[in-house]
Design a protein around this ligand. Structure first.
Ligand code: CA
Ligand code: CA
Length: 531
């Protein structure tokens, strides 16, 4: 498979700048425009309301003689400017999969990511457990969360998508009028942010494929089912039919999704850092799912945005295959990529009623988007943090993915959907053996529900100050520890640097289950004396 290099593609739009003004900056026209010869192209909204608590975010046209790099330097130094950056370009995160037009049209055979019995010569069970998940919920077409597919558009006439498309309740189709007054005429199923109109045509076929994985209509006797059999998919087209977009378009598209009530977004694309985009995503009330990228790199070293923004409402997804291996093209990151989901040879919808298999982290992202949609259908009042915890702690821990993602596991929708009201019991007999070079910690494991089963994760942290439930969150983590079964004894060695004075350390331990329920904190004080 060919991996896009990004080397020959433009990094940003020529002749433009995105600028955030300081809060108290004077009227734009009187300052920047006069000083630098720039002119205003547009103003952006952040989150689901106009920017009032900070300065304005604007797109500016540069005079011909001012190069973009030069303008960034110049305006960044201006006392009225908080930051200035190019209108960066972003590209899709998909790879064309093998052409399988000769493969039998057997759906159970192809949708290994949803239910894997080894039918594609993969590992049985290397799937996201949809048969079990659908026993809990199939989604909610009427009142479920709106999932904005921020992508290349969607074929809104696809018979396997149509019933699961979001419909703008305030818009009368095809009357040429902006009935709901949101600035877009006849935006029935979504918005074209690239051309600022209602044309959702998917020129790259990418968004239609992503939408099908999130929520192709299930149980309708044709094609495929999405992760969510029932869904409300909003199309936010940000890509030109040539396959690129830019920061300004992303900002417009995200503002539309926020304004129209999207609860989840999928972002199967990426590129370089942008402060304006980070601000827009972090202020958005939605939970954002993003692809980790397809360059096979470590995102901890070379991040890929928007997925790598260190914000609470973002989940970055790596691609795994039918043997639970991380795809060779997939980016990963112990601290910056949250989990893996199926993303190799994924069969889904294409425009004009067709279907095809593609590979890419682009295909992994919508598996998580569909799972988030199901979680919010079943638990409509769950916060972004609760949904994210369900998704991360619900993963199946896999030794071969350990250290490659935050959770070290692959999405398991059934586990993430469990109505589990029983937090783990508190780990028992927390104790230590101490010598000048290390602290050997030991405890007896609790379970998933009280003292039964197996918790999903142990948080083990250290501080130089006594630990309590409040300050535990900010204490230094000693790394992620997988718990054994209830009643098992477990050990952890904390190596110490040399010291010639006596030291006191405080350790804290907490067990977490597959939906994010936490045990009570158990703590330990240790004094280390020099030899
Ligand atoms: Ca409208
Ligand atoms: Ca179907």
């Amino acid at each position: 498979m060919k991996i896009p290099t990004g080397q020959t593609r433009p990094l940003y739009e020529p002749g433009e700048l995105i600028v955030k003004l300081k809060r108290d900056s004077a009227v734009l026209e009187e300052t920047l425009c006069e000083k630098y010869g720039v002119s205003l192209i547009e103003r952006f909204e952040l989150g689901n309301r106009p920017v009032t608590d900070t300065g304005e975010l604007v797109r500016l046209k540069l005079p011909r003689e001012l190069a973009v790099e030069e303008a960034v330097q110049l305006l960044s130094k201006d006392a009225q400017v908080e930051y200035a950056e190019p209108n960066n370009r972003y590209y899709l995160d998909s790879l064309q999969g093998p052409n399988d037009s000769t493969a039998p049209n057997d759906l159970n055979y192809k949708l290994w990511g949803l239910h894997n019995t080894g039918q594609t010569r993969g590992t049985p069970g290397a799937d996201i457990s949809m048969k079990e998940a659908w026993k809990i919920t199939k989604g909610d077409r009427a009142g479920g969360p709106i999932v904005a597919v921020i992508d290349s558009g969607v074929d809104v006439s696809h018979p396997d998508l149509l019933a699961n498309l979001w419909v703008n309740p305030g818009e009368i189709p095809n009357d040429g009028v902006d009935n709901d007054g949101n600035g877009v005429v006849d935006d029935v199923h979504g918005y074209n942010a690239f051309h600022d109109n209602n044309d959702l045509f998917d020129g790259k076929v990418h968004g239609t494929h992503v939408a099908g994985t999130v929520g192709a209509v299930g149980n309708n006797g044709q094609g495929i089912t999405g992760v969510a059999q029932e869904a409300r998919i909003m199309t936010v087209k940000i890509f030109a039919n040539t396959g690129h977009t830019n920061e300004a378009t992303v900002l417009r598209g995200l503002a539309y999704a926020d304004k129209m009530g999207a609860r989840i977004t999928t972002n199967s694309w990426g590129g370089i850092h942008s402060k304006a985009m980070e601000e827009a995503y972090s202020r958005s009330p939605a939970l954002h799912i993003a692809s980790a990228g397809n360059s096979g790199r470590d995102n901890d070293v070379q991040p890929h945005f928007p997925g790598s923004y260190p914000i609470d409402n973002m989940i970055a997804v790596a691609a795994s295959d039918h043997r639970d291996e991380i795809g060779s093209f997939s980016c990963y990151g112990d601290h910056t990529v949250h989990l893996a989901a199926p993303g190799v040879d994924i069969y889904s919808t294409l425009p004009r009623g067709r279907y095809k298999s593609f590979s890419g982290t682009s295909m992994a992202c919508p598996h998580v988007g569909g799972a988030a949609s199901l979680i919010l259908s079943e638990y409509p009042y769950a916060s972004n943090e609760e949904v994210k915890n369900r998704i991360l702690y619900g993963t199946d821990p896999l030794p071969k993915q350990s250290g490659l993602t935050v959770s070290g596991g692959r999405l398991n929708a059934a586990s993430s959907l469990e109505n589990d009201l029983s937090p783990p019991g508190t780990p028992g007999s927390f104790r230590a053996e101490v010598n000048p070079s290390e602290v050997r910690l030991a405890w007896t494991n609790s379970g998933d529900d009280g003292e039964v089963g197996q918790a999903r994760a142990l948080l083990l942290k250290k501080s130089e100050h006594p630990l309590n439930e409040k300050n535990f969150a900010s204490a230094t983590s000693l790394g992620r520890v997988l718990p054994g079964r209830a009643g098992d004894n477990q050990l952890f060695t904390d190596p110490l640097s040399w010291s010639d004075t006596a030291r006191t350390f405080y350790y804290g331990l907490q067990a977490i289950d597959n939906v994010g329920n936490r045990s009570e904190l158990t703590t330990l004080q240790v004094t280390v004396t020099p030899s």
